[in-house]
Design a protein around this ligand. Structure first.
Ligand code: 1GP
Length: 238
């Protein structure tokens, strides 16, 4: 319960958190540079995962990250093969924005006994894909329609349903490489209507977008591509 406790306590104290997403397929030399940069910008959590992996070396990647940082490592799995007992926790994602039964409950059944054996902290997460101006790998691979960016009410209703179902976190995701981040009015509406910690990511390209998401009610903002493409942008964030 350590990671969820850490996230929930931060929310209660209104301490905004920054997470970075590391794709296990990324060259370790680049991952190393990203991890060096995180020391300068006060990153709080490391998410590991990808919508589609080609190399399948999640254990190796987590070992590599652990050798370079003490931050909590949380698996953000793109599929049921992305599990590892080396991580601190795993977001047990139910894709509540979609209507693909396999991603709502199916894959979960297949993998649940293995997760139980591993003793990994499993965090039930309502995962919502939001339309971000292009088709992302996440929406293509999941074969689901993301929530339209101009329909904050749909996102709000979905998040409330997720809370009623007993999920512990809500994750609004434009998908990695989204052209546009999750709209601010949508973040605000979801945050005003659920009491769960709120994670927001996808398509964040500058520090102002991070601050805007935090101010609108995101408790954790996740950045991925930005760390590779323009790491200096995060300087002076806090
Ligand atoms: C996607 O939030 C992550 O789930 C990261 O997205 O790579 O676009 O920052 P980006």
């Amino acid at each position: 319960m350590y990671v969820l406790k850490f996230i929930s306590e931060a929310k209660s104290a209104n301490k905004k958190k920054l997470a970075i997403l590391i794709d296990p397929d990324t060259d370790f030399s680049i991952t190393k540079a990203i991890l060096e940069n995180t020391k300068k910008v006060d990153v709080d959590i490391i998410f590991v995962g990808g919508s589609l992996l080609y190399k399948g070396r999640i254990d190796e990647c987590i070992d590599f990250i652990k050798a370079h940082t003490n931050l909590p490592i949380v698996i953000f799995p793109g599929s049921e093969i992305q599990i590892s007992e080396k991580a601190d926790a795993l977001l047990f994602l139910s894709l509540i924005s979609g209507r693909n039964p396999d991603l709502l409950i199916g894959k979960h059944v297949t993998v649940a006994p293995f997760l139980k054996q591993m003793g990994l902290e499993v965090i039930p997460t309502g995962y919502m894909l939001i339309e971000g101006g292009n088709v992302t790998t996440a929406s293509y691979i999941s074969q689901t329609i993301p929530i339209p960016s101009d329909k904050p009410g749909v996102a709000m209703a979905t998040a409330i349903a997720g809370e009623f179902l007993g999920l512990k976190l809500i994750y609004l995701d434009g998908g990695s490489g989204a052209k546009n981040p999750v709209p601010i009015d949508m973040i605000r509406m979801v945050s005003n209507n659920v009491s769960l910690p709120l994670i927001v990511g996808g398509g964040i390209r500058n520090k102002q977008s991070i601050k805007d998401a935090w101010n609108a009610g995101a408790d954790i903002v996740v950045v991925g591509n930005l760390l590779e493409s323009n790491p200096d942008e995060l300087q002076g964030l806090r």
